[in-house]
Design a protein around this ligand. Structure first.
Ligand code: UT7
Length: 316
């Protein structure tokens, strides 16, 4: 970490990457061992298949390397590594293992805010840049398959594994981040939780009921800070928990679902990886042009919520 400020307060995303494990598990595969069906899972969640496997370190190294390559950066140029995860491979030191395998020589730490984690980490990284860092690698990774009870049909079809990463670089001027919000409501912590070493427990219906409200409250704060309305959004990158939640969120915003980045059909819910993977897929598909406003918005266990409004390009 540089000892003094560079004078740059803003930041832009200069590279991104994503990694999905090779193994694909379809709903039909799940129906072989669970009392469920492809029809139920698709109708209730929008999920058709998901990727399972790998470790939080291995997936993070894969997505992180892609982001570094795209940004054209050698490892020693990164000033900090922030890893959002709710499934670290070890109680501590997961980010440090990723740091070592990527050849970085900077500080490295985890941020755990469940499925809101990547946006928390993104805001956190902007803080580092405002304090003098020049380049921060942010990775969101989860291997939820390791904390899923594969005999529980209420949760097993939902969760999966993935990683997404971005490089954030300081620029003169305001940068891309126009508004952000971090939220938490600990009174709802019993709705979605896992003991350390245990598996996911969830009151699905109640989480569903609160999800749209907590996400939209957060989104509205970010948009207000950014001075925009939903009409200005070219792309919404929501947490991928359930297509019906994404649809309800778009309805609340008054925008058609075609403006949302949707990966849930082939990724399932990958928690901290969900938003950066959806963002990477949208960027790779050429869905974003300079000047476009993007809303990132997530919710998760805690319950937490977080959102950010970016103006793509944005170096002034
Ligand atoms: O990152 C955040 C994480 N979590 C979430 O966002 C979860 C939010 N919640 C949800 O996405 C939905 O509530 C679920 C997908 C979890 C469940 O959908 P639902 O429409 O709320 O279904 P339900 O829980 O009300 O269950 C309806 C029926 C029940 O049967 P009965 O009581 O009507 O006979 C369940 O037992 O569906 C049954 N059921 C299933 N049937 C086939 C529950 N899971 C399954 C299953 N396959 N996998």
């Amino acid at each position: 970490m540089p000892a003094t400020r560079t004078g740059a307060a803003g930041a832009v995303i200069s590279g991104w990457g994503m990694a999905l494990p090779d193994k694909v598990v379809t709903n039909h595969d799940l129906a072989e061992t669970l009392d469920t069906s492809d029809e139920w899972i698709v109708t209730r969640t929008g999920i058709s298949s998901r990727h399972i496997g790998g470790s939080t370190v291995s997936l993070s190294v894969a997505s992180g390397q892609q982001a570094l390559d795209m940004a054209g950066l050698t490892p020693e140029r990164i000033d900090a590594l922030v890893v959002a995860t709710t499934t670290p491979d070890r109680q501590w030191g997961t980010a440090a293992m990723i740091q070592e395998q990527l050849g970085l020589s900077c500080g490295a730490y985890e941020v755990n805010a469940a499925c809101s984690g990547f946006v928390y980490a993104l805001v956190n990284a902007h803080g580092l840049i405002a304090m003098g860092a020049n380049r921060v690698l942010i990775i969101g990774t989860d291997t939820l398959s390791r904390i899923t009870d594969w005999n529980d049909r209420a949760t097993a079809p939902l969760f999966a594994d993935a990683s997404g990463a971005v490089v954030l670089e300081s620029v003169e001027g305001r940068g891309q981040l126009l508004g952000w919000d971090l939220d938490a409501d600990g009174s709802a912590s019993e709705l979605l939780w896992a003991e350390v070493g245990g598996t996911v427990n969830m009151e699905g219906k109640e989480v569903f009921r609160r999800a749209v409200r907590i996400m939209m409250d957060s989104a509205e704060k970010s948009m207000r800070h950014a001075g925009i309305t939903a009409d200005d959004l070219a792309l919404i990158v929501p947490h991928q928990a359930n297509i019906r939640i994404i649809q309800a969120a778009c309805d609340r915003l008054g925008v058609e679902i075609e403006r949302a980045a949707v990966t849930i059909d082939h990724t399932g819910n990958t928690s901290s990886a969900s938003i950066p993977v959806a963002l990477a897929e949208a960027l790779n598909a050429g869905r974003v042009a300079d000047g476009d406003h993007i809303l990132l918005v997530g919710f998760g266990g805690g319950m937490t919520a977080a959102s950010a409004v970016l103006r793509w390009g944005g170096t002034s």
